[in-house]
Write a protein that binds this ligand. Structure first.
Ligand SMILES: Cc1cc2nc3c(=O)[nH]c(=O)nc-3n(C[C@H](O)[C@H](O)[C@H](O)COP(=O)(O)O)c2cc1C
Length: 148
């Protein structure tokens, strides 16, 4: 059983739906999963976890959602050494391909620049997550479980 913390930002609810699905899958495998919105995360929440999953949609021409931007500013001096991470990014291909799901890349960059380790490739969801919940999101969470 692993202690898993999910941290996410979401304006329209899509990222929240994905995080909840991943949390459900991991909980069914017996992991202790807590989800928290980025704006509510405290420093203490970032320690004592076997895995932190960070999720954000892309907004504003290839940027993180604003609460996640604030999160990265608040914890810019935090070290994630010896901590394991996985990242979830959402986007929409009606936006320029240059900006498509940039949130996943930005989150990975944020974590690795602070010595955190990615234990799985990012989950990237384009357009509504609803059609992907039972397959792509579920399968990603199952793979993640195998690595815990
Ligand atoms: C104003 C606005 C700007 C957006 N900018 C981007 C973008 O630059 N790149 C991208 O891939 N998706 C972009 N999106 C799409 C969102 O990332 C996508 O709709 C996502 O599912 C929203 O997640 P949420 O419901 O959790 O907020 C944008 C959406 C809006 C409404």
């Amino acid at each position: 059983m692993a202690v898993v913390r999910g941290i996410y930002a979401s304006t329209g609810g899509n990222t929240e739906i994905v995080m909840e699905k991943v949390a459900d899958v991991l909980s069914e495998h017996g992991h202790d999963v807590t989800l928290e919105r980025a704006e509510l995360v405290q420093e203490a929440d970032l320690t004592g976890n076997d895995l932190i999953i960070i999720g954000s949609p892309t907004y504003g021409h290839g940027q993180l959602q604003y609460h996640m931007i604030e999160f990265t500013k608040r914890f810019k001096d935090h070290s994630f050494k010896d901590q394991h991470f996985a990242v979830i990014g959402l986007g929409d291909d009606k936006y320029d391909s240059y900006y498509l799901v940039e949130s996943a890349r930005l989150l990975q960059e944020f974590i690795e620049a602070r010595d955190g380790s990615m234990i799985h490739e990012p989950l990237k969801i384009i357009k509504s997550p609803i059609p992907h919940l039972a397959s792509k999101v579920n399968d990603w969470a199952e793979d993640l479980h195998q690595k815990l």
